[in-house]
Ligand binder design. Structure first.
Ligand code: DQA
Length: 150
């Protein structure tokens, strides 16, 4: 039997600053802690997860392209690129695997420019407003989606 492909967790710009960035909105948990929580949950559910973060749109596009063949699913917080990036949307449209878009904050409760997401058009599901715990919920939801696909 061939080995299952890992899940890809992508975080976009400024999420490397989690823990100190606007803690009243994003909390005080660091990205390293979030990634460790996701890896632990994924492992318990029988999946491997690969975690990457970039402040650069093109880098995120390249990683999404890798997921066309290399990953079983994508969990992505595109951060500010959510609201601006046709390039990320177009890249995601090539991915057949399930895609979960996640936001720590509830973007519809914030400035109007955060209400529109280009990424939602390509996402299988969107989660927002659960704080950083949402990442763990997203791993669980992804595991369910992958089980349902089998
Ligand atoms: C965010 C919401 C975006 O509007 C913002 O630009 C971010 C983080 C969130 O996780 O709540 O960087 O994606």
């Amino acid at each position: 039997m061939s080995k299952a492909k890992p899940i890809l967790l992508l975080n976009g710009p400024n999420l490397n600053l989690l823990g100190t960035r606007e803690p009243q909105i994003y909390g005080s948990t660091t990205l390293a802690e979030v990634e460790a929580m996701c890896a632990e949950r994924a492992k318990a559910l029988g999946h491997e997860i690969v975690c990457r973060q970039s402040n650069h749109e093109g880098q995120l596009v390249e990683w999404i392209q890798e997921a066309i063949n290399g990953f079983s699913g994508i969990i992505i917080n595109p951060a500010a690129y959510t609201h601006t990036s046709v390039a990320i949307l177009d890249a995601l449209k090539n991915v057949k695997a399930p895609i979960i878009e996640i936001h720590i904050s509830h973007t519809h409760h914030r400035e109007t420019f955060r209400h529109h997401s280009y990424v939602s058009t390509a996402a299988t599901a969107t989660m927002m407003g659960f704080g950083v715990h949402g990442y763990v919920l997203a791993v669980e939801a992804m595991a369910q989606m992958l089980k349902a696909k089998k």
